[in-house]
Design a binder for this molecule. Structure first.
Ligand SMILES: [Zn+2]
Length: 532
């Protein structure tokens, strides 16, 4: 029989329960038994003594739809123990692209997906043609993408016709198997939409049992109002709401994490289905252009590039930033807190801060920023250090806040190994298990594992993944709790995490003795939804 036994490990099952010594038997893609150690024989035996055997990690917030077709082995993620990725986040999805719009969508997403090929596609065609990859994927359709398709980059409310077109495209995506809608209300064109547009789309989600994940309207000076807007969607429609990468950006807002968590806890207690996730870093990443006031992007990238050369426009941007801080990121210590990550047209600048670039050129930093965006055709991606470390720790300590990398699957070689992207692509989960659990003791190991397995499965409504129990899909991560660690840094991000020895996806071994087997057993997890 072609079964596999993981013998003698400390099983931490993903429910939050303490670990216990047990053997895990895998057969036909599923977990056939979790049982006290016995002399059972199997076709293949993996010795897990001294190691933790956990459910494979569910990365509940990712952008790997931008890279999995280029890195189907999902190297940087699978080596962390990730077995399922939720993609299509922050309002950005690569489908649908209506006939004749692929190049427009490519231009819009170039600062996030510079190497991906775009094509016209329905959401159903997109799912049907998604290539074989190592990890499972959960697909979302993005509100910004729907708005680009229907309203373009116009800065105004959608007309009734445009809104019903968005509703129809959302329905098509849900019927094809998307789990739900994501929004990115912090940037254009998502933030050209008001709450009523989101509520109308949420009513479509409610009819299909779909979910809503939001990069909220502001993570800095208006973060409390933005969290309330997300909660209100769940309150009005009863759907599940996922608040993405919870944080307080901007030095003025540091120290308010406890108060923000209390608001979300209160909503959960009154029965609103709201969850949130977090990555364990004080630094964010985004397209550089998104740091500017969102009116700058009206009309799309070519219009923005023309506008940024006008001196009156720069004066207006300067005044807006002086008043409100950076869009979504608030006040920063200086432009040295903003660093070039990936710069498709000026790759040699990766790693330099905008402060350094301004000093080199002897120009005002905001002029350096605008000039940089123009020279890089609007495609620059940056890192911005905008969070307080104590807030990051406070959010981490909340046992109900889930873990999501907000990152895409990269590899240390090949097309996705370019630039200096955020190290969270390679390090999120080992950093939680190593730095946060083992070294800083912010959480217990069972709590931390629950935040990346059973807790995420419950938030997504996945009933047969995220927990090690008989009958569940065999998505499994085996790691050494004494050595698991992230090694990726801001200076040298392209480095795989260490300490994960075995990773199994749908019963197939993908990481074996720390090496990738080349197997691509991931599935697109479709959420078949009948209209209610
Ligand atoms: Zn986001």
């Amino acid at each position: 029989m072609n079964d596999l036994l993981i013998r003698g490990g400390l099983v931490i099952d993903g429910t939050g329960a303490p670990g216990r010594e047990a053997d895990v038997l895998v057969r036909d893609g599923r977990i056939a038994a979790v049982e006290p150690p016995s002399g059972r024989r199997a076709h293949r035996v993996i010795d897990a003594r001294g190691q933790v055997v956990a459910p494979g990690f569910i990365d509940i917030h990712t952008h790997s739809d931008f890279t999995l077709p280029l890195n189907p082995r999902a190297e940087g993620k699978i080596r962390q123990g990730v077995t399922t990725e939720v993609v299509g986040n922050c309002g950005f999805s690569v489908a649908p692209a209506l006939p004749g719009t692929a190049s427009m969508l490519r231009e819009y997403l170039a600062a996030s997906a510079p190497w991906l090929t775009f094509r016209d596609t329905t959401f159903a065609e997109y799912l049907d043609s998604f290539p074989p990859v190592a990890v499972n994927t959960v697909m979302q359709v993005g509100h910004n993408t729907l708005r680009v398709m229907t309203v373009g980059m116009d800065r105004r409310p959608a007309t009734a016709d445009e809104l019903s077109h968005m509703e129809k495209l959302l329905e098509e995506a849900l019927q094809a198997g998307a789990i739900g809608l994501s929004s990115g209300l912090f940037t254009a064109p998502g933030n050209y939409a008001d709450s009523s547009e989101i509520l109308a789309l949420a009513r479509v989600l409610a009819r299909y049992g779909g979910t809503y994940a939001s990069h909220i309207r502001d993570e800095a000076n208006h973060v409390f109002e933005a969290v309330r807007e997300a909660i209100a969607v769940g309150e009005a429609t009863g759907i599940h709401v996922q608040i993405a990468h919870l944080k307080l950006s901007g030095t003025d807002n540091w120290g308010k994490a406890r108060a923000l968590l209390s608001e979300i806890e209160a909503a959960r207690q009154r029965g609103v289905k709201v969850d949130c996730d977090q990555y364990p870093y004080d630094t964010a990443t985004n397209p550089l252009r998104n740091l500017l006031p969102s009116w700058v992007q009206e009309g799309g990238v070519p219009a923005m590039l023309r506008r940024l050369s006008e001196s009156g426009v720069r004066a207006r941007i300067r005044a807006d930033i002086a008043r409100n801080g950076l869009n979504n990121f608030g006040a920063i210590s200086s432009w040295d807190a903003v660093r070039v990550a990936v710069s498709p047209h000026q790759p040699h600048h990766a790693g330099l801060t905008l402060g350094e670039i301004a000093r080199q050129r002897a120009v005002d930093p905001l002029d350096a920023v605008c000039d940089y965006i123009i020279a890089d055709h609007g495609h620059t991606r940056i890192l911005v250090t905008s969070m307080g470390e104590e807030d990051v720790a406070e959010i981490m300590r909340a046992p109900w806040v889930l873990i999501g990398s907000d990152a895409n699957a990269l590899a240390c070689s090949g097309v996705t190994s370019q630039g200096k992207p955020h190290p969270r692509s390679y390090g999120t989960f080992p950093r939680v298990l190593g730095a946060c659990v083992r070294e800083r003791k912010l959480l217990t190991l069972p709590q931390a594992i629950h935040k990346m397995t059973g807790g995420s499965a419950a938030a997504l409504g996945l009933t047969d993944r995220g927990v090690l129990r008989e009958g569940a899909w065999a998505d499994i991560a085996v790691f050494d709790p004494a050595t698991i660690a992230d090694t990726a840094t801001y200076d040298e991000p392209h480095q795989y995490a260490v300490g994960v020895s075995t990773v199994i996806v749908n019963g197939t071994v993908v990481i074996d003795g720390g090496d990738h087997t080349g197997a691509l057993p991931g599935r697109v997890l479709r959420f078949g939804r009948a209209r209610r």
